[in-house]
Design a protein around this ligand. Structure first.
Ligand code: ATP
Ligand code: ZN
Ligand code: ZN
Length: 809
């Protein structure tokens, strides 16, 4: 009889979603579990690769040629049952490979080489300490994992709570430790040492007593010093005399957001909800109580107090002994929301976001995995947090396109949230002031339950919005980023000691450089787009591939000196502002000033403390900010983005303008908004001006209907790339033929066309967009295309399939 295991192996050149079958050697039979990592032989058997156990078959009579698993890498599964089935669904739904779905869910440290160590956390039998641990308090698991006796002994100790299995990163520098103190002698031996002390060696005498009180334990030296009142030098003497030893103790790294909280104690208490909030909260809390996997769309105007509804829903889940998951589009941009969650739920909260180092992320993941954190806040990938028993899932700003990952696996966090909600019988709350058309349309059809907060908290009015046409302004006054009206209002706020927010929808000093003589635009040598000037590093950079070069002084094409910067960037605006209103204190927030860790929080804190009058920034300041003293919001150029060849460009513009306008007048003082534009009659701008989501929704739905776009149709994008343009084009033409033959006549196939940015990272891209309502042939056909292009191997055309793409450029 042999036990067989299904293993997904990590072989980049041979990706497939089919697991391979391996025999489980007898010595591992009692240890294998689903979701564990294994080392298996692959190919001709000379190669060992990492894999994941995704299936275990009943032991069968089998004496065939199957290879056997070499070793287990884990003693507990790193992926639980829920995430394991999710990974399979994800691979299928997003046309990704199973292995990449699995890796997407795990912290990087589990992908990289990590070693497993066994640590003594409580007193163990002396014999074991000596024979197995060789007198040390940890053990490299790899050195013993082939010895079944030792492994089962370790498992027993683990059950008794005496040892703990931990991952240690190959790069030791990343594993954070602090110094621990551990007695080296027994109680009696320490007592004996006391007899040989000088009568006046008081400190050493006390050290001996202290050590006697911690026999068998390891105590952080900082704590030991505090408790015993002894100095570091005394402990060093203890080491010299052989009384104690110093050992590293693993500590959790403290990510920035986890620093001790400032003293905003009032935030800790739940607020009394107003009627609208209460009505919404009741529905959600009822679903939590009933364990119903309902999807709610919480549509609330800016400043309507959605966050408080989230917090009280989370509290409800915790009260029911469940966990809660809350996603925000980009954590670094919304430190205020994260702080509110942390103030309310304290150490129960784990924060996951891209700003964490690999080590910090790993630590947070383990805190969640061990059940030490019950509330998880994070950006997109936090949707895979290893929480169990989830009571509620929240997606704040559900319309944000950053919830879609634009590389494989191309998942949308909203869809994953719905999957996990179903699995856990938990409600999902999608919140937004400007829901995506897809979600709003589903709410209209009753697929989601619509909950509305139509008023701001305390019935404060939404700020009036004025649209300023920049065309006559420029004609009369020449190039400027500021209309007269905006300048007047800014000066007025300054006089009243109130604050303003200015948004510029760009980054960098200026968008591109052009030669006035020959018209040459400086472009990236790898990609088909212009380079952007960055004043801080004095270089030209490509935002797509990261290419960087010095700022040219002559035109590289004709040699002319007449080379000029075009477009507008925050730095340039900051300079103009300094000339126009020199007395204003300005904080600039863009990619450049916030590159360093923690700068977002720092700049926002300074603004909150009124250390500046104006916060000038790119779209990163549009979301989630809640500053009571801000009474004016100015949008310098509303048009950026309107001209883009993408059917969502109007929706994005409307969302952005509504979001940023919502930053004004959130407290007692009245707010107002100025939107500057060259397209004052565009409907996205007009509806935003009237705070009319409903109107925008109707108009945009009609346009989408007319052009057969989502939410009326689903879309999939196929892309082929190759260094040789003709090969990429030909590959796409062949795929088109295949599609046309098999798909239903009602399905629309657009292309192949070169991508708007046709060349990136030295490759040419061709795309096909498929629009469909229902086509049962489509999914299997796309899976087939994906598998075929993989197994062809080295002809080097890369095919990617993107379901529900967020961008079409
Ligand atoms: N019931 C309440 N009573 C008093 N104040 C409240 C109440 N609910 C929320 N607030 C306060 O109102 C302000 C706005 O709330 P919140 O930031 O949650 O709004 P929001 O809907 O998330 O807004 P946005 O979409 O603009 O980010 C906050 O300062 C919050 O503390
Ligand atoms: Zn030139
Ligand atoms: Zn480039």
């Amino acid at each position: 009889m042999a036990q067989l295991a299904q293993v997904i192996v990590d072989v980049p050149t041979m990706q497939t979603n089919r697991p391979y079958t391996y025999q489980v050697p007898t010595r591992l039979e009692n240890q294998v579990q689903l979701g564990m990592r294994v080392v298996v032989p692959f190919g001709n058997g000379k190669r060992q690769v990492q894999g994941f156990i995704v299936g275990l078959d009943q032991p069968t009579r089998y004496n065939g040629q199957l290879k056997a698993i070499d070793a287990l890498m884990d003693l507990q599964p790193v992926i639980g049952d829920e995430l394991l089935s999710l990974s399979k669904w994800l691979a299928d739904r997003t046309y990704a490979f199973w292995i990449s779905s699995i890796y997407t869910m795990l912290p990087n440290m589990l992908k990289a080489k990590s070693t497993r160590v066994v640590k003594i956390i409580d007193e163990v039998d002396e014999q074991i300490a000596f024979d197995v641990f060789h007198g040390k308090d940890e053990l490299d698991f790899a050195t013993v994992q082939s010895n079944p006796q030792i492994v089962s002994l370790l498992l027993k100790l683990q059950r008794q709570g005496k040892v703990r299995f931990e991952y240690v990163v190959a790069d030791k520098a990343k594993a954070k430790t602090t110094v621990g103190i551990r007695p080296q002698l027994s109680f009696e031996e320490l007592e004996e040492a006391r007899t040989s002390l000088h009568a006046n060696a008081h400190a050493q005498n006390r050290l001996l007593s202290y050590l006697q009180s911690i026999i068998g334990k390891t105590v952080k030296q900082v704590d030991a010093e505090k408790i015993s009142g002894l100095k570091a030098a005394t402990f060093n003497t203890g080491v010299q005399k052989g009384w104690l030893t110093k050992v590293p103790i693993e500590v959790y790294r403290t990510p920035l957001g986890q620093e001790p909280l400032p003293d905003d104690h009032h935030l800790a208490k739940p607020l009394t909800l107003n009627d609208e909030q209460q009505a919404a909260a009741n529905e959600i809390e009822q679903a939590i109580d009933d364990s119903r996997s309902r999807v709610f769309l919480l549509e609330g105007v800016t400043g309507s107090g959605k966050t408080e509804v989230y917090l009280q829903s989370i509290a409800k889940a915790l009260q029911n002994h469940k966990t809660a998951l809350m996603l925000v589009p980009e954590i670094s941009l919304t430190p205020q929301i994260v702080n509110r969650v942390r103030h309310r739920f304290g150490s129960k909260v784990a924060v996951l976001h891209s700003g964490l180092s690999a080590g910090e992320r790993f630590d947070e993941w383990r805190r969640i995995n061990r059940g030490e954190a019950q509330v998880v806040v994070g950006a997109r990938s936090a949707i895979f947090a290893p929480l169990t028993n989830i009571g509620v899932i929240i997606l704040d700003e559900e319309h944000e396109s950053s919830y879609k990952q634009d590389e494989a696996p191309r998942y949308h966090a909203r869809e994953v949230a719905k999957w996990r909600g179903k699995y856990n019988n938990a409600p999902v709350v999608l919140g937004s002031a400007t829901p995506s058309l897809e979600s709003r349309a589903r709410a209209m059809k009753g697929v989601y339950q619509l909950l509305q907060l139509k008023h701001r908290v305390n019935k404060r009015p939404l700020p009036p919005i004025k649209v300023v046409d920049m065309r006559p302004e420029i004609k009369e006054r020449g190039e400027s980023n500021f209309s007269r009206e905006l300048l007047t209002k800014l000066t007025d706020r300054l006089a009243k000691n109130e604050q303003s927010i200015l948004m510029l929808n760009r980054r960098g000093f200026s968008s591109f450089m052009m030669c006035r003589d020959c018209g040459e635009v400086l472009k990236c040598p790898n990609c088909d787009i212009s380079l952007t000037l960055h004043m801080d590093s004095h270089t030209m950079k490509c935002h797509y591939c990261g290419h960087e070069e010095p700022i040219p002084r002559f035109c590289p094409h004709c040699g002319s000196r007449e080379i000029r910067y075009y477009g507008t960037g925050t730095e340039k605006v900051e300079r103009e502002l300094a000339g126009l209103i020199p007395q204003a204190r300005v904080i600039r927030m863009d990619v450049d000033t916030t590159r360093r860790k923690g700068m977002h929080e720092k700049l926002l804190r300074q603004f909150g403390q009124h250390k500046a009058d104006i916060l000038l920034g790119t779209q990163m300041i549009a979301k989630g900010l809640d500053f009571p003293n801000v009474t004016l919001v100015g949008v310098l150029n509303a048009d950026t983005g309107l001209g883009l060849p993408d059917f969502r460009s109007s929706e994005r513009t409307f969302d952005l303008l509504s979001q940023v306008s919502g930053r004004a007048g959130r407290a007692d003082k009245k707010g107002e908004v100025i939107i500057q534009t060259y397209n004052p009659d565009h409907y996205a701008i007009r509806f935003a001006q009237r705070n009319d989501y409903e109107g925008f929704f109707k108009r945009e739905m009609a346009l989408r209907h007319q052009a057969s776009y989502p939410p009326y149709y689903f879309t999939v994008r196929l892309m082929a790339s190759h260094e040789d343009e003709a090969i990429a084009a030909r590959a796409m033409a062949q795929i088109k033929e295949q599609l046309t033959k098999s798909l239903m006549p009602s399905t629309i196939i657009l292309g192949p066309t070169p991508r708007a940015i046709a060349r990136m990272k030295r490759r040419y891209y061709y795309q096909i967009v498929i629009k469909y309502k229902q086509d049962q042939h489509l999914h299997p056909l796309l899976q087939k295309i994906l598998q075929e292009t993989q197994s062809k191997g080295k002809n080097d055309v890369q095919i990617s399939i993107d379901p529900d793409p967020q961008y079409f450029m």
